[in-house]
Design a protein around this ligand. Structure first.
Ligand SMILES: *Cc1c(COP(=O)(O)O)cnc(C)c1O
Length: 379
């Protein structure tokens, strides 16, 4: 089945009792049983909910996986993966990833005795070198947030297989429309569905997708035991979002390319980080593992000061100054003081995340309006 057809029909069957074409919002906490232990597969809504079930099936289908699990947020999904581990286990993680993931690893899980090693995963050899007898999991993100670095998923998957460790890929930035890590050998795909999957900036949610049944059982056990489940209304919103993922992503890609080229030709702009440029260090790998380059990018100004960056950030009229990404509306963000403020400054700068870096989530408005807006803001 082609992507467009799959996204529109994924997970949703007409409701058997009414024929409703859209899965109803089953706003219930419990289900009446015919006799003790005799039920229709639903007992208590932390464990199962039909709206969530439809969405979890959709998650599996759009990532070419067998099983999907929905969580109350992206970080709740990440949290569930780390709970597969035990004290003394080691995780190799990318040194350039979502700030909230870094915070969860360093501030929450490190104190439970799980050890994290951060390496530059754009060079797969760094991952091989970091593996020890205690390594249980490799955690990567590609493209990364906000520098758009690219990691070769298939290369890391081969290393993980050989060492017998799990590979989890945070696929939030690409979305399943542009990249499918399970097809490249990953064991688990994680998304912040808050972003492109929901797509309308109206819901917080996360998910995990996998092929291995025993991994699914362990993660389902964590989902119901720890309880970070999304409500049925939120599941409905993401189900609806997925139906237009392909059309939205096509426009995000088109607009992204126009804006990236505009910025690159602008005399006041310094570096532009967008993985669709042929001279981007990850271009070859990105072209191999992605179907397009998306609408996420970052740039610096030639006048590399916080003040100038702040002026641009406060002057846009169509781009809204806000955290998050992946919605229909364009957003502008200052990683150093917003999304990545939880990463120590020294650590940030070392990884190229300077004080004047500006991140854009290019939405699906008319590209001419977006360019005009950036033009007047940059001056
Ligand atoms: C937003 C985001 C997360 C966290 O997801 P939430 O839904 O905000 O909890 C994780 N990874 C990436 C790449 C993100 O952009």
């Amino acid at each position: 089945m082609k992507l467009a057809t799959k996204y529109i029909h994924a997970g949703t069957e007409p409701d058997p009792s009414t024929g409703a074409i859209m899965t109803p919002i089953f706003q219930t906490s419990t289900y009446v049983q015919e006799a003790p232990g005799v039920n229709k597969g639903y007992e208590y809504a932390r464990s199962q909910n039909p709206t969530r079930k439809a969405l979890e099936d959709a998650y599996a289908q759009i990532e070419n996986g067998k099983f999907g699990l929905a969580f109350g947020s992206g970080v709740a999904a990440t949290d569930a993966v780390i709970k597969l581990l035990q004290p003394g286990d080691e995780v190799i993680a990318a040194n350039d990833m979502y700030g909230g993931t870094y915070r969860l690893f360093t501030k929450v899980f490190a104190k439970f005795g799980i050890r994290f090693t951060y390496v530059d995963t754009t060079d797969a050899a760094n991952v091989s070198k970091a593996i020890t007898a205690q390594t249980k999991l490799i955690w990567i993100e590609t493209p990364t947030n906000p520098l758009m670095n690219i990691t070769d998923i298939a290369a890391i998957a081969a290393i993980a297989k050989k060492a017998g460790v799990l590979l989890c890929v945070d696929n939030t930035f690409a979305s399943p429309y542009l990249q499918n890590p399970l097809d490249l050998g990953a064991d688990i795909v994680m998304h912040s569905a808050t972003k492109y999957l929901g797509g309308h900036s109206d819901v917080i949610q996360g998910c995990l997708i996998m092929n291995d049944e025993s991994l699914r059982e362990q993660l389902y056990f964590i989902q119901k035991s720890c309880g970070a489940v999304p409500g049925p209304m939120d599941c409905f919103l993401v189900l609806r979002g997925i139906k237009t993922l392909h059309v939205r992503m096509q426009r995000h890609c088109e607009n992204g390319e126009k804006i990236a080229r505009f910025l690159r030709n602008h005399p006041k702009v310094g570096k532009v980080y967008w993985c669709g440029f042929e001279d981007h260090p990850g271009y070859t790998v990105a072209s191999k593992q992605m179907r397009g380059f998306g609408g996420m990018m970052s740039f610096t100004l030639k006048d590399d000061s916080v003040e100038t960056a702040r002026k641009v950030l406060s002057s846009t009229k169509v781009f809204a100054l806000a955290e998050s990404l992946g919605g229909v509306e364009s957003l502008i963000n200052h990683p150093a003081s917003m999304t990545h403020a939880s990463i120590p400054r020294e650590e940030r700068i070392k990884n190229g995340l300077t004080d004047s870096l500006i991140r854009l989530s290019v939405g699906i408005e008319d590209a001419d309006d977006l360019i005009e807006d950036l033009q007047q803001a940059i001056g």
